[in-house]
Design a protein around this ligand. Structure first.
Ligand SMILES: Cc1cc2nc3c(=O)[nH]c(=O)nc-3n(C[C@H](O)[C@H](O)[C@H](O)COP(=O)(O)OP(=O)(O)OC[C@H]3O[C@@H](n4cnc5c(N)ncnc54)[C@H](O)[C@@H]3O)c2cc1C
Length: 356
């Protein structure tokens, strides 16, 4: 039983269906529009292994656009260009995120996963097996009880399944993001990252010639009213030279999507007797890393390998825990190095917190 049909849950279901009966539930009837579009090149290896890459490539321009590189204004006003031309795994793929999640859901269904969308986890208890109560959002439907020998929590940052047992998350910072989407008018298709006094900006082009722009800052450092209206968000955006240049379209074509949590968090216990957490449910990354979707996929694949090797044993619990903590420690080191590289506003609270 897998709770959460996002990227981690779908990849886990697709990789396990060869060996197990798998039920995958998601509280949403269809995936929603989300920020988070840059898929790290190494993810293509996983998609290839699961025979998903050819189908994905048929849908280029609708599902993804190849990303030529990143121009970053980080540490100085000078653009630093990182192209993806020499990466042996290919380009970063800029996804139509909602369509990509639909693509994965469809693939899971086609391969025989029992998919229950619009269905929420209610409660669970473990005897010799898990007894799980789920409930459709359709109020006319009665709750359903499902028995499962193993549960994977792939429910994202809220780790709904693990939270049900009182497991908390270690919270490292208060990063949040506010984002807009707009038609793209620029010929330069590279992504942009640019630091500012109280946070950092990011912009990328996604399929259908759309652009997204996001501002990242700590939730306690900004007057939240600035994110309530498009006008006040655009005023903030125009204070940044590089981002201001990207907003040349008619304001009526710009959509404000609002705020999302973007902080680094770790579930304090990522596996236990007959369950494990993967993807954001186990670790959530700062978007600066652009590794969240790859980690969602890789952690699903790693768990599948461990289940194959150790069954639902204590060794599985130990190994999954070790692997997750290794990734977390590695991630924290890298995060520190990246934030250290920006020294222009050392005395503002946002950067002081990250230089500690
Ligand atoms: C601002 C921002 C920018 C980002 N940019 C990037 C980027 O450029 N590249 C990148 O790789 N990553 C990026 N990420 C991170 C990336 O989006 C996540 O790491 C990724 O979505 C994790 O996938 P997941 O499947 O683990 O979790 P999620 O995508 O959160 O999926 C969880 C699923 O579980 C379902 N669910 C939750 N609770 C329940 C329940 N009780 N019952 C049933 N279903 C439930 C949800 O509906 C959802 O479909 C970004 C994140 C943020 C916040």
């Amino acid at each position: 039983m897998i709770v959460g049909g996002g990227i981690a849950g779908c990849i886990a279901a697709i990789s396990l269906i060869e060996f197990y009966e798998v039920t995958l539930i998601d509280k949403l009837a269809i995936p929603k529009e989300k920020i988070g579009e840059s898929l790290a090149p190494a993810a293509q290896r996983i998609l290839k292994k699961l025979n998903l890459l050819d189908d994905l490539e048929q849908e280029t321009d609708f599902l993804y656009k190849k990303n030529m590189g990143m121009q970053s204004y980080w540490g100085s006003n000078q653009a630093h260009i990182m192209d993806h031309m020499r990466n042996p795994d290919g380009f970063v793929l800029n996804l139509n995120r909602k369509a990509f999640e639909e693509f994965l859901r469809n693939a899971a269904e086609k391969r025989g996963v029992q998919c229950l969308w619009n269905t929420k986890l209610q409660r669970s208890s473990l005897e010799s097996e898990w007894n799980i109560q789920i409930k459709s959002n359709d109020s006319k439907k009665e709750p359903l009880n499902i028995k499962a020998s193993y549960v994977i929590d792939a429910s994202g940052r809220r780790s709904h399944f693990a939270r049900g047992f009182g497991i908390k998350r270690q919270i490292v910072d208060k990063l949040m993001a506010c984002w807009i989407s707009l038609p793209n008018k620029e010929e330069n298709t590279m992504s942009t990252i640019t630091a500012s006094e109280n946070g950092w900006w990011y912009s990328a082009i996604v399929p259908n010639n759309k652009r997204i722009i996001a501002f990242h800052t700590d939730s306690d450092l900004i007057d939240r009213n600035r994110f309530n209206t498009l006008e006040s968000f655009l005023d903030l955006a125009r204070e940044n030279k590089e981002i201001s240049r990207l907003i040349t379209v008619d304001q009526s074509t710009i959509k404000l999507h609002g705020t999302v949590a973007a902080n680094s968090t770790l579930l304090e216990q990522v596996s236990g007797s007959r369950w494990a957490a993967i993807g954001d449910a186990a670790i959530s990354f700062d978007p600066l890393s652009s590794q969240g979707m790859f980690n969602a996929m890789a952690s699903a694949m790693q768990l599948k390998e461990l289940i194959g090797e150790f069954g639902f044993s204590d060794e599985l619990i130990k190994k999954h825990l070790q692997q997750t903590h290794q990734i977390w420690n590695h991630y924290l080191d890298h995060k520190h190095i990246f934030y250290q590289a920006e020294k222009r506003w050392e005395n503002t609270e946002f950067w002081k917190r990250r230089h500690l």
